[in-house]
Ligand binder design. Structure first.
Ligand SMILES: O=c1ccn([C@@H]2O[C@H](COP(=O)(O)O)[C@@H](O)[C@H]2O)c(=O)[nH]1
Length: 238
């Protein structure tokens, strides 16, 4: 799942998704279904998107005791999604439980969904992390630590910001996925994101895949905006 531009479908319901996707004609997309849409529509939204042959990142960011995460992941794998995630702060046994659940739930003949772990949310600043999580190290150290335990647990990679992706590749290796939200063009409003970067910067830093939401979904012309992001993401050679 490298080199993808993943569109975050942060919509209230399926009707809004259908209107949005109708502007993309036959294009095969990598789509992220998050809490807002999944909690409204449930598994049927995944089936509807898969029917159109889109790839799917089911972004529910699980963080619970290992047994609960294992059972939930078994059900998530049975939906046939391509990518799922947890919070690395849940710890190694929880992440291992996630993988066990995914193995158990993957349909025969299908590939197990890749599983990645959120390090520090891209909306978190170093100051907020230190004051509110009482993590008294630089934010980069916290992200690198979470990436290390994610690797130790056997997951496929992490969610981080573009700003940390290069250091993760150096420390953990190039076959470890770095999936980065917080992507904006220079002219965009950053909204609630803190650690942001352009698609060009993401490519330069060796990011595996970028996640773009509102800059495309809330644009006056979503397809045009999608192409702007896609061209910048694909147009820069490493
Ligand atoms: O650290 C994280 C983890 C997940 N996200 C999700 O990505 C998109 C970003 O949307 P934008 O509109 O482009 O800001 C959104 O669905 C988040 O839930 C993240 O932003 N940061």
């Amino acid at each position: 799942m490298s080199n993808s531009l993943i569109i975050a479908l942060d919509f209230a319901n399926k009707k809004e998704v259908d209107i949005f996707l109708s502007q993309f004609e036959q294009e095969q997309l990598f789509l992220k279904v998050g809490m807002e849409l999944f909690y409204k529509e449930g598994p049927s939204i995944i089936a509807a998107l898969k029917e159109k042959n889109h790839q799917i990142f089911l972004d529910l960011k699980l963080h619970d005791i290992p047994n609960t995460v294992k059972s939930a992941m078994r059900n998530m794998a049975s939906l046939g999604v391509d990518l799922v995630n947890v919070h690395a702060a849940g710890g190694i046994p929880m992440m291992q439980g996630a993988l066990e659940g995914l193995e158990a739930g993957t349909l025969s003949g299908s590939k197990r969904p890749d599983c990645i772990a959120v390090t520090q949310l891209t909306s978190t600043s170093e100051e907020q992390m230190q004051q509110q999580q009482l993590i008294n190290v630089p934010l980069l150290d916290s992200v690198l630590h979470y990436a290390s335990i994610t690797k130790e647990a056997g997951l496929n990679g992490v969610v981080c910001s573009t700003l940390e992706a290069g250091a993760i590749r150096e420390k953990i290796g190039t076959d470890f996925l770095t999936v980065t939200p917080g992507i904006r063009l220079d002219s965009d409003n950053v909204q609630d994101q803190v650690r942001v970067a352009t698609p060009k910067k993401a490519k330069e830093n060796g990011v595996s895949s970028i996640v773009v939401g509102r800059s495309i979904t809330r644009s006056a012309n979503p397809y045009e905006s999608y192409l702007l992001f896609k061209n910048e993401w694909e147009g820069v050679t490493q």
